[in-house]
Ligand binder design. Structure first.
Ligand SMILES: Cc1cc2nc3c(=O)[nH]c(=O)nc-3n(C[C@H](O)[C@H](O)[C@H](O)COP(=O)(O)O)c2cc1C
Length: 191
């Protein structure tokens, strides 16, 4: 029995194309995997901790083997909770609109919180950085189509270019991740 975490980054809800495509996928997934659990993480309702001075200082304290100040310890505790929740899942689906040729800032905020030494990647000045994930884990990305006149919107290649570093950094490699562009009535995917 696996847990799939579906991470939603459009605030447009019933008007959102990326959510509509992801929902379609999730419904099919539930039918195909009746024993699995699916949890929805709406990033706009999650109340992510600030990625502020204390959080960044705590991150560098971990990387340089320093002790935390009380403020850094509190910041690290908040970050750890978010990461533990993320790591409790076996599979991930991200629905991702294109915003100004990139991803919505709330998803980048989430990624900045997730990328922590000792929690989602190893860090040593002398060794290659390694991600935390197991080989069996997979992710899918979906992206909303463009409504801008004269602009074709995010291609699958663009989606991969923007998004690929994140799963790669966390230990998910190309063959474990599908990148999909959402179009009306269909989604085109590449691995
Ligand atoms: C703030 C904002 C920025 C956008 N930037 C782009 C863009 O750079 N390129 C593009 O093709 N579409 C852009 N769009 C259009 C969205 O990608 C399109 O509306 C998409 O359907 C949004 O995803 P959603 O329907 O899942 O919310 C932008 C929309 C918003 C709200």
């Amino acid at each position: 029995m696996a847990k799939l975490l579906y991470i939603e980054s459009s605030p447009r809800k019933e008007r959102s194309a990326s959510i509509a495509v992801a929902q379609h996928f999730i419904n099919a997934y539930r039918t195909a995997h009746p024993g699995d659990t699916v949890e929805v993480l709406d990033l706009w309702k999650t109340g992510l901790p600030h990625f502020d001075q204390f959080t960044i200082d705590a991150k560098y304290a971990v990387m340089s083997g320093q002790r935390f100040t009380p403020e850094q310890a509190a910041a690290w505790n908040a970050v750890t909770k978010v990461i533990e929740h993320f790591k409790s899942a076996d599979k991930f689906v991200f629905s991702v609109p294109m915003w100004n040729f990139s991803i919505p800032y709330i998803l980048k905020h989430y990624i900045d919180i997730l990328a922590q030494p000792g929690l989602t990647f190893s860090y040593s000045p002398t060794e290659v950085t390694r991600g935390w994930s197991r080989e069996s884990r997979r992710r899918w990305f979906t992206r909303g189509r463009s409504v801008w006149p004269g602009h074709r919107g995010g291609s699958v290649r663009q989606t991969k270019r923007l998004s690929a570093p994140y799963p790669g950094f966390h230990g998910h490699h190309g063959r474990e991740t599908d990148f999909c562009r959402a179009d009306p009535g269909r989604a085109r995917c590449e691995r």
